[in-house]
Ligand binder design. Structure first.
Ligand code: FAD
Length: 316
């Protein structure tokens, strides 16, 4: 079922959904099931599975030279989606990125998803590789997420890149895209970022999932700016509870978001073993207010920690 149909079906209510990461290479599908099994009690209609492109690592050789090797630490997004759908009978949403894919490879990936009965995707650009200072698209790959959205929308009309296909079977993908309540870090300003987001919606995306945030005021400002720009699709807030003290600096560095003063001060005063409880309580307060404001769904970045997520969702 399409994600937007779930939102339509329970209009006025707030659903919950979860995001999982593929286990590290050499891990097992049971890692995912261990995270998701306890959370199924909350009847999530869908689960997101992130996609991780290969990274280059530089290994020092005995000669003293470095050898560049490409490795993918977390493969398996599509297979994991299929397993989730099979085990729980709910939808799984693979994240699909521009980075590392030519347009032809993207088409093939979408054909595979379609064959597997996976008809929801979250279309993203992806980040720069670890040792590159900016995002570099693949030769003949997409530069921005909007280009990926356009390609999927074309396939939904039966238009494939392969010119030998004259009347291709239209796919039926429901496309989600990312939004940033505190602006994407590369965008020159908030207003322009919203304009680019609008382009993704105009190109065929049907809903938005946001980057994590710890201050609801930022989400409400973003939602209002989207409405003002003519964006009317559902906007799903993404949430991650704070669990460790060091995250006070690591999260802003990695995700380019700010902590509100009140939370930052509380974290500074609290010792590490009590941070998880503080994070849970903060997130519960955020969720209750977001629910009151009528968000269609609360989307939790579980990061493999079902216990913390469980403690939040059971209270809301
Ligand atoms: P875009 O929408 O392409 O935007 C990227 C930047 O370009 C922005 O600054 C935007 O303002 C600007 N821009 C957009 N269009 C234009 C244009 N036409 N001209 C000029 N500038 C433009 N990454 C992964 O690798 N795997 C994942 O599974 C993953 N999941 C995510 C899930 C969510 C909910 C979120 C919020 C992010 C996720 N990311 C993931 C991270 C994401 O890939 C990065 O944040 C990336 O840097 C931007 O992706 P985007 O799709 O928002 O890009």
């Amino acid at each position: 079922m399409k994600i937007t149909d779930y939102f339509e079906k329970v209009k006025g209510q707030t659903l919950v959904s979860f995001e999982v990461l593929p286990p590290l290479k050499g891990g097992s599908m049971n890692d995912i099931f261990d995270t998701l099994d306890p959370l199924m009690e909350f009847k999530p209609p869908f689960i997101d599975v992130t996609y991780h492109r290969e990274e280059y690592v530089y290994n020092k050789q005995t000669s003293g030279y470095y050898e560049k090797t490409a490795i993918r630490k977390r493969p398996g997004t599509v297979g994991i989606c299929a397993s989730i759908m099979h085990r729980y009978g709910i939808d799984a949403i693979p994240h699909l990125i521009c980075g590392g894919f030519s347009v032809e490879e993207t088409e093939n990936a979408l054909i595979d998803l379609n064959f597997l009965g996976i008809n929801n995707v979250l279309a993203l650009r992806g980040d720069a590789r670890q040792f590159e200072d900016k995002f570099i698209p693949e030769p003949n790959g997409h530069k921005y997420a909007v280009d990926l959205v356009k390609q999927i929308s074309e396939m939904n009309k039966g238009v494939y890149l392969d010119s030998n296909i004259e009347k291709g079977t239209p796919t039926d993908f429901c496309i989600g895209v990312a939004g940033y309540p505190e602006k994407h870090f590369e965008a020159p300003n908030f207003a322009l970022d919203i304009q680019y987001l609008k382009q993704k919606i105009d190109a065929g995306a049907s809903y938005i999932v946001t980057q994590m945030f710890f201050d609801n005021a930022n989400f409400f400002r973003f939602r209002d700016a989207c409405h003002k720009a003519g964006i009317t699709v559902p906007i799903v807030p993404g949430l991650k509870p704070l669990t460790r003290k060091y995250q006070l600096t690591s999260i802003p560095r990695k995700f380019f978001i700010n902590f509100p003063d009140e939370l930052a001060l509380e974290v500074q005063k609290t010792d590490d073993k009590n941070i998880r409880q503080l994070g849970i309580e903060w997130c519960i307060t955020q969720c209750r207010e977001l629910k009151q404001e009528g968000v269609p769904c609360l989307h939790f970045y579980t990061m493999g920690d079902s216990e913390t997520t469980y403690k939040i969702v059971e209270k809301i």
